[in-house]
Design a protein around this ligand. Structure first.
Ligand code: CTP
Ligand code: CA
Length: 224
């Protein structure tokens, strides 16, 4: 049976995307989180679906929602949840984009009851979370693997370091220098860096437009 998506650049392809923040529990009512809205990941999911892909969108807590026959949304809370959900789809994916702002650390223990205030100073011990993207890179077969990098200094150098260390095929550098770019907003200014150190710098544009640019770069390198 002929499908509507036949003939689109990503028809028959599976795309896995991580999005949003993660929440790391301190006690039953508190967590450590960040300001990621999830929008970049959701726009990537919509673009991939519009290009014909079957999309798995594993997202941390967000107010965003999407309804599309080819987008399967998997809601998670912590970095550990995100790892376990995302890894179920990794092996069969053709393109994997980690756009989530995963917490690097989580509280070593989660208090069973709401913590009461007492002392003037209070310390929470944190332990490192698993690096989802690096784990994917270490187990890469035929997936085209893309990460994001958020840097405030030595942007290009740090992004290239992550590309290499995590065995990626490309990394999207989020420029924090420009007003309107990065977390929270609807616009973003990114550079796409590949394994040959080719850098494509894009103008400030909406995250929806950035998502199209990112898939153009991926398709050029993998399917053109
Ligand atoms: N990432 C991930 N799992 C983690 C941490 C990060 O999958 N536990 C992914 C992010 O989704 C992003 C990329 O790794 O695609 C880079 O995240 P970033 O925070 O910029 O880099 P880190 O490797 O965590 O290094 P640092 O925060 O020290 O700069
Ligand atoms: Ca980090």
């Amino acid at each position: 049976k002929k499908q509507l998506s036949d003939g689109l650049p990503l028809s028959g392809k599976k795309v896995l995307i991580t999005a949003g923040p993660t929440y790391e529990a301190i006690d039953p009512v508190r967590f450590i989180g960040n300001h990621s809205s999830g929008l970049m990941g959701f726009e990537l999911a919509k673009t991939a679906a519009s290009l014909g892909a079957e999309v798995y969108l594993v997202t941390g807590p967000t107010y965003l929602s999407v309804t599309h026959d080819n987008i399967h949304v998997v809601n998670v809370v912590s970095a550990d949840d995100m790892y376990h959900s995302a890894q179920m789809y990794y092996e069969t994916s053709d393109i994997v984009i980690c756009a989530a702002a995963v917490a690097d650390y989580r509280p070593k223990t989660v208090a069973e009851q709401k913590i009461k205030k007492s002392e003037e100073n209070f310390t929470i011990e944190l332990v490192k979370n698993k690096d989802i993207l690096k784990t994917f890179g270490d187990h890469k077969k035929n997936q085209f693997l893309v990460g994001f990098a958020l840097e405030t200094e030595n942007e290009i150098e740090n992004a290239k370091g992550k590309l290499k260390r995590k065995n990626l095929d490309a990394i999207v550098l989020n420029s924090m220098r420009d007003k309107g770019a990065g977390f929270g907003g609807v616009t973003n200014k990114v550079s796409f860096i590949d394994t040959n150190s080719n850098i494509t710098a894009f103008e400030l544009k909406t995250k929806a437009e950035v998502a199209v640019d990112i898939f153009n770069e991926i398709i050029k390198r993998r399917y053109a």
